[in-house]
Every structure is written in structure tokens, then in C-alpha cells.
Design a protein around this ligand. Sequence first.
Ligand code: SAH
Length: 257
Amino acid sequence: MKITILTMFPQLFDGFLQSPVVQRAIRRESLELEIVDIKEFAPGSFRHIDDSPFGGGAGMVMRCQPVLDALRYVKGEEGGAPASFTVALSPAGTVFCQKTARRYKELDHLILICGHYEGMDERIYRHADEELSIGDYILTGGEIAAMAVADAVIRLLPGALRDKSTEEESFENGLLEYPQYTQPAVFEGEAVPEVLLSGNHEKIRKWRLKESLRRTLERRPDLLAGRILTEEEEEFLRELGTAGETKELLRDLKSGK
Ligand code: SAH
């Protein structure tokens, strides 16, 4: 796939472009990554990109012309084929999640627009297919958000990660991942759970599922809401807590609430 990032600060992506996952995806020809400088599309030697907001107020707003000219240039490179999907990064967008990363990974061409200052002229957003936020906080610009989105998508591309599938990770099956351990088996008196040293794959699978459920129940019960439980999962959840909360949750899940 191709990812194009429209930004006023292309140099912020220097380190990102060097990251092993990005480099590997490019080498394996799973990825083409293009960084486009919006400033190149601003007229005059002073590169007039932003202006004060109509109606007054603090800060500056990015003007339509340079951003939309940059977007048209990028889309023009496609030879008019409507193959691209344009995402404007904005704290007012829908919140990014793993499911969205999976959806983007299927695209031929993802275009990410980074805002700056107070944000962008509202009319720019009409040219985007989606407005996307990476969480409920305000960044200085969309660049870090674009890197977060691009990174989450790129690591799902074939050949981007050296080994291991991404299927067992947190959020992939709607649960948080189970705890992981590596050598040594005992560190500063703390031992790795016995079952992981047993070599019994079925026991390990069960332990991992249970720990995933425990973690999700404790830290992110919202992820369990609306989940259709397997019999095994239901049994584990029952074992995990006699707390009223678990019972209530199980009742809600059963009634499909
Ligand atoms: N005044 C705006 C915030 C502008 S922040 C408001 O209150 O909504 C400047 C730019 O940073 C935005 O245009 C956007 O591209 C980016 N940005 C800031 N926070 C973000 C977030 N949580 N997710 C995605 N992009 C964000």
C-alpha cells in the first residue's frame, strides 16, 4: 500500500522513516511512504499558510488553498483513479483503534493530513473521507498522530514484522494480551508462572486466555461489553470473580445488552 502524509513539518518524520518496521515494509515492497510538504504549495517567498480566524479569537488557522492544492497534487499522481482514502487528523474526529488500523491496512492509498496551529479551515475537512483523533488530548500538530496511525497500520503489512503474527496482541480478539515473560525463569526472587515452563500447549493456551480475561475485566471491562462469550470464556469469567460486578457483566453479556 501507499501512505502519503501531508505536513508543514516534513523533518519531523526523519526518525520515523528510519524505523526498522518502516524500512522493512519498504524493502519488502509492502509499503510506499511519501511525505509531502504543504509549504511547497503556499504562494510567495513568505509561504502564507495560516491566517487569523474569522470572528476573532486566539491563534491561527491553516488556509484552504495550500492544503487542498497539496491534496490535489497527491491525488493527481494517481492518474485520476479514485483509489485513495483521505483522513484529516483532528481531536474532533472519531477515536482511532485497532479495528480502524485493520481497515486502513486494506487500502491501496491512505492520505493523512496533519493540522497545526489552531487547526484547519473547516472547508478542508469536506475533502476528507474521515476525521480521526488519536485520543482525548490536544497535540501541537497532527504529525505525532499521523505517525501513531501509520505505525499501527504498517506493522500489519506483510513482511513488516520480522516474525510472529499480530493476531494474538491486545485488542485483536477484543481482549487485552496475557502477561509475557522471558529468561531468566527466576529474577530477583520472582518466578515465572509454572505453567509456562510445562511445555503443555493446551494448558498454556488456557492459562493465557484466562489471564487475558482477568486483565480485561480488571483494567478495561468496557472491552467485554457486547462480547459474545464462548463457553470456555464464560466459565473462566465465572471463576475469576464472585464479585457482583462480574455477575452483572455476565448477565448483561448473556442478555446481549
Ligand atoms: N483548536 C483545535 C486543536 C488544534 S491542535 C481544537 O480545539 O480542536 C492542532 C492540530 O493538531 C490539529 O489540527 C490536528 O491535526 C492535530 N491534533 C491535535 N490533537 C490531536 C488528536 N488528539 N488526534 C489527532 N490529531 C490531533
